[in-house]
Design a protein around this ligand. Structure first.
Ligand SMILES: Cc1cc2nc3c(=O)[nH]c(=O)nc-3n(C[C@H](O)[C@H](O)[C@H](O)COP(=O)(O)O)c2cc1C
Length: 237
């Protein structure tokens, strides 16, 4: 059993690393990442996950092509926001290669909504989607932690969940249409380290016995907080 200090060190060390060396990743390491996902908690132990490992360069390029097509649209939408709230992706030159294209492996995490049959009826009728997402998020985070423990780098590519993008990916890879692409992990060897990120203080987020409304940000404070995080970490280190 690892002790708390080691656990905290791993949790703090885990970062999104968006720059990869193109070096190939051995199967054993990919297996270790998926092994960590296998033990994740899920609603009623439904274990709704399936993982598709993509190494083929042409396939990864096609996936990027699908994402880039939607990215054009997203960029236009983003430009309608006030400049201080614009996601940095909106400033990226159209057609620029994202760092994840160097990652030798994509792991596409798919969720099976049929797992909801395992939930109590009231839950499966009202909260099936939330439970599916929570279970997938647990598995995905455990994968990212395993990546950190192995000294590798990983990035979420959540754009693969877009309805058009995921439908195209599913058709291309023979993934059953009824599965839900939750997210994709780009994984490989790190080619750099991200900048430090803003992490809220423990006292700001902790309430004892009752909610301390003096800690509840006003809308303006919250807006300023968002501007700070967009300007910092979300600049995609
Ligand atoms: C649900 C979710 C979706 C995310 N989607 C993306 C993504 O599409 N692209 C990306 O580069 N990072 C993505 N991230 C990573 C976050 O931007 C990142 O975790 C956050 O900024 C904190 O930085 P850190 O991971 O380095 O600690 C996502 C993270 C989560 C939890």
């Amino acid at each position: 059993m690892i002790n708390y200090e080691d656990l905290l060190e791993l949790v703090k060390k885990r970062r999104s690393i968006r720059r990869f060396k193109p070096d190939s990743l051995p199967d054993e390491l990919v297996d270790k990442i998926i092994e960590a996902a296998r033990w994740a908690p899920s609603g009623a132990n439904s274990q709704p996950w399936q993982f598709v490992i993509v190494r083929d360069k042409e396939t990864r390029e096609k996936i990027h092509g699908f994402i880039a097509e939607m990215g054009e649209l997203n960029r236009k939408v983003e430009l309608l926001r006030p400049p201080e709230l614009r996601h940095h992706g909106a400033h990226a030159p159209a057609g620029g290669q994202p760092g994840y294209m160097n990652a030798p492996v994509f792991i596409i995490a798919c969720g099976d909504p049929r797992g909801s049959m395992a939930y109590p009826m009231a839950t499966s009728l009202t909260r099936a989607r939330e439970h599916l997402i929570s279970g997938m998020a647990n598995a995905f985070l455990q994968m990212h932690l395993a990546v950190t423990a192995l000294g590798l780098a990983s990035q979420w590519i959540s754009a693969t969940a877009h309805v058009l993008t995921q439908t195209r990916i599913k058709a291309m890879l023979g993934i059953p249409a009824s599965l839900d692409i939750y997210d994709t992990m780009a994984v490989g060897y790190p080619a750099g380290q991200p900048r430090p990120r803003l992490v809220r203080e423990r006292e700001e987020i902790t309430h004892r016995e009752k909610f301390d409304v003096s800690k509840h940000m006003t809308d303006e404070q919250h807006r300023q907080f968002i501007i700070r995080i967009i300007g910092g970490d979300a600049a995609r280190g």
